[in-house]
Ligand binder design. Structure first.
Ligand code: AMP
Ligand code: MG
Length: 351
């Protein structure tokens, strides 16, 4: 298949290109598009065949459900069977934006879209290109992240092209994703609201709006595989670069000496080594490649850089990766959730 790549600017939307992309989706084809979290691989959410094509293009396991993207609250009742009051409160506070809510689904949503579940995940993205495309497509786009399964989510179109060129009808290049981490997922079908995937919207922010405690799925905190996460996708080894990756945690001086010692050992064995560090700590390392997540005090920048840096490790053909830990105050939980997965939960603690 020949994949058409079009560039659209968020502050000056090319309506003709959007209509062309919308028509592809209405006809059952696939279009990758930018959102504020990461790039999405879109198909018509109400068309079972389109959803099947998404799984095939990504190489995604078919039990891993897709998120349905909408552009207005009027679209919600057609796909969500029960909409609790809490959903309206959260929508008022965080939609459009990086929050996904889980509802009981209606019959309009095919099982192919929900991976066989009776619930549906819904998000209203704030990216203007995404919103225009959803409207042009008829209101409902099923879209997982636009990477081949197991690779880091793409935050720039270049990586969508790398993973999906020749497999889908169109890729919209809309620049880089402002947030850089996938949406927070909250399940409203449980007795207590439960975060199934941490993201930019934190449990504290959710709990302030809801006026009640928000719990975190114990299955995503466990470092081992003893508890199964409720979001099927969270159990897969995601985001992994090709080289072995280890996180080194501890006081900043101890981390620098430990990583430098580990790098030295690998280099003695003829290996090429990358270190994931910050603007502040970068100059202290002696490695083949030093990749900076930005300033340690700017956690938004750390989130924005993460997936790009994991992809760069592949591009640079390194044999081993050592990363600092990023337990930052607000979105550290979301950042570390991705980083730990990339490292297969291999962490060295030092003081
Ligand atoms: P992605 O769009 O690639 O970030 O993947 C979507 C994520 O949402 C995966 O982790 C899915 O398992 C999760 N998800 C989608 N629908 C549901 C649902 N109905 N219940 C629980 N998790 C869901
Ligand atoms: Mg994904």
């Amino acid at each position: 298949m020949n994949t058409k790549v079009v560039t659209i600017k968020e502050d000056h939307i090319d309506e003709e290109a959007i209509q062309e992309a919308g028509q592809i989706l209405k006809n059952g084809g696939l279009v990758a598009f930018p959102t504020e979290t990461v790039y999405g691989l879109g198909g018509d959410a109400l068309n079972a065949e389109s959803s099947a094509k998404i799984y095939a293009a990504k190489g995604r396991p078919s039990d891993n459900p897709l998120i349905v993207h909408i552009a207005g609250m009027d679209a919600l009742p057609l796909i969500a069977a029960e909409i609790p009051e809490s959903a309206y409160l959260l929508a008022d506070a965080f939609w459009p934006g990086p929050l996904t809510m889980i509802f009981k689904k209606t019959d309009r949503v095919p099982m192919a879209t929900t991976g066989g579940l009776s619930t549906v995940a819904v998000r209203m993205p704030s990216n203007k290109i995404a919103a225009a495309l959803i409207r042009a497509a008829g209101g409902y786009i099923a879209a997982p992240s636009a990477n081949r399964s197991g690779r880091p989510s793409p935050t720039v179109a270049k990586y969508v092209i790398e993973d999906l060129d020749g497999r889908i009808e169109m890729i919209i290049d809309g620049g880089f994703s402002a947030i850089g981490l996938e949406s927070t997922i909250i399940d409203l079908t449980e007795t207590k609201p439960m975060v199934l995937r941490p993201g930019y919207i934190t449990p504290q922010m959710l709990s302030e709006v809801l006026g009640e405690e928000v719990i975190i799925d114990p299955g995503i905190i466990a470092a081992d595989d003893t508890r199964k996460p409720k979001a099927p996708g969270m159990k897969y080894k995601h985001y992994a670069p090709k080289a072995d990756m280890v996180i080194v945690d501890g006081s900043s001086d101890a981390v620098v000496s430990k990583i430098n010692a580990l790098v030295h050992q690998k280099q003695e064995n003829g290996q090429k080594v990358a270190v994931i560090a910050t603007e502040e700590s970068g100059p202290s390392y002696h490695a083949d490649v030093i990749l900076s997540m930005g300033s340690r005090s700017n956690e938004d920048a750390i989130a924005q850089h993460l997936y790009k840096i994991l992809r760069e490790c592949d591009e640079l053909h390194v044999d081993a990766i050592y990363s600092e830990s990023f337990q930052t105050p607000r979105i550290g939980q979301a950042i570390m959730n991705r980083l730990l997965k990339a490292a297969g939960h291999t962490v060295i603690h030092c003081d």
